[in-house]
Design a protein around this ligand. Sequence first.
Ligand SMILES: Nc1ncnc2c1ncn2[C@@H]1O[C@H](COP(=O)(O)OP(=O)(O)O)[C@@H](O)[C@H]1O
Ligand SMILES: [Mg+2]
Length: 231
Amino acid sequence: MEKMVSLQNIVKSYPMGRGEKLEILHDISLTVEEGEFLAILGPSGSGKSTLMNVIGCMDRFDTGEYLLHGHAIHQCSDKELTAIRNQEIGFIFQKYHLIGTYTVLQNIIMPLLLRGMSQKEAEQAAMPTIEMLGLGQRIRHKPGELSGGQQQRVSIARALVGKPSILLADEPTGALDQNTGREVMRLFEQLNQMGHTVIMITHDLGIARHAHRVVRIVDGRLYQQGEDHLS
Ligand SMILES: Nc1ncnc2c1ncn2[C@@H]1O[C@H](COP(=O)(O)OP(=O)(O)O)[C@@H](O)[C@H]1O
Ligand SMILES: [Mg+2]
């Protein structure tokens, strides 16, 4: 199996003013293979979103090496990072991050337009994904006219259209009721069975159990262990 993500000894801090820094991620090493469904489980404030922003190439880190699908992220310029992020990562957020004034269709095809596709090409390319997610009847609606579960499916469609090598989800069920959250997890399982590499970040053990491997993050340190050790 090909390596999708290889983080080695990643340290990340935030500036605190007066030249001081607060270290949030301490010496994080993690490998994710193509086709894996991994959960990163940790309590609030443990550094999950900070780690997601590093994995998703949205944020830089202080030291360490990061290989993403063959790209040496630690050596990339900002411009290269933006391109790699658009090509390689499909983001799914707790609060969907949809644009409220855009239709469902406009939201979903956005990553394709950013790549320079025409409106028409983008719509055609997105249609199979829109149908697969059962959103065909909703494409002219605004996100605010949809239920939470439907809005999350729109954001999943947006994450999928660009055929990224990784789906990266931060608390994807955090804003949903239990049943809708379970449906979204079933969808993640299906997408993983179709071959998508999924990295999901959550504070919820019940949600993490849907993944095939779980690593824990506590106070910015990663602990790798088998699922049987989860409690
Ligand atoms: N931009 C920032 N500047 C300073 N500190 C931050 C910033 N973002 C997050 N932190 C701090 O980093 C720690 C981890 O935050 P975060 O990654 O959001 O945790 P989680 O997603 O697990 O709740 C927290 O102590 C938080 O206050
Ligand atoms: Mg978070």
